[in-house]
Design a binder for this molecule. Structure first.
Ligand code: SAM
Length: 203
């Protein structure tokens, strides 16, 4: 029998549902250079799955750039807000329920897998690995730290070290490359943090 905990944190999803209207319109930089760089590495029209799309701003940019985007989020409230922005259906999908096989050229997961319970992260990364085609590219960002904790808004974060994160990716499947970059960043709680930006290419 597995002694792992819950596959997601209900309080965190409840927070996003409650805050959906405000969260979806929070100010975001006009351009996302990291996303633009990610897109330049993909073939025109590539099929991209976005996990935890929030208000849908990144999906909007990818669709505008001509990609075949599947936007998803685990919060019904935010999925609705993203639908309003995008004018297309947004699937309500929790990370742990992703069960596609070799269906996408890329997966974009900006600042969302950082909410996966630490002992479940490798399982979710396994789902992402399976959903990618060979050579598929996967971006995700995390708040770096030394273990799971809540922020002042009650949201759970896995706060991994570089080593813990590297181990979770390794457990998830074969990657041709996994690159990690540290950079300063912020969040809805207003606390400055070091982010780990991870790009992995499926073997
Ligand atoms: N990616 C968006 C962005 O960069 O603006 C939103 C980031 S927000 C910090 C985290 C997102 O992850 C929220 O939209 C939330 O609803 C979603 N989320 C949290 N837990 C989830 C889960 N278990 N499954 C799917 N989505 C989840």
């Amino acid at each position: 029998m597995s002694n792992k905990g819950a596959a997601h944190d209900p309080e965190t999803l409840a927070f996003y549902d409650r805050e959906a209207k405000n969260y979806a319109v929070r100010p975001k930089p006009e351009r996302n250079k990291r996303l633009e760089q990610f897109l330049t590495s993909l073939a025109p029209g590539a099929k991209i799955l976005e996990l935890g799309c929030g208000g849908g701003q990144d999906s909007e940019a990818m669709i505008r750039a001509g990609f075949d985007v599947t936007p998803t989020d685990g919060s019904p409230g935010l999925a609705r807000e993203a639908e309003r922005r995008l004018g297309q259906p947004v699937k309500i999908l929790r990370f742990e329920d992703l069960d596609e096989r070799a269906a996408f050229d890329a997966v974009w997961a900006s600042a969302c897998l950082l909410h996966v319970p630490a002992d479940r992260l490798a399982d979710v990364l396994t789902n992402v690995h399976a959903a990618l085609r060979g050579g598929g590219r996967f971006y995700a960002s995390y708040k770096m730290g030394d273990g799971g904790d809540r922020d002042s808004l009650g949201r759970y974060y896995n706060f991994p070290s570089r080593e813990k994160l590297a181990a979770a990716y390794k457990q998830a499947g074969d990657w041709a490359t996994v690159t990690m970059e540290e950079a300063a960043g912020g969040g809805y709680d207003g606390v400055p943090r070091t982010f780990l930006h991870v790009t992995a290419v499926k073997a």
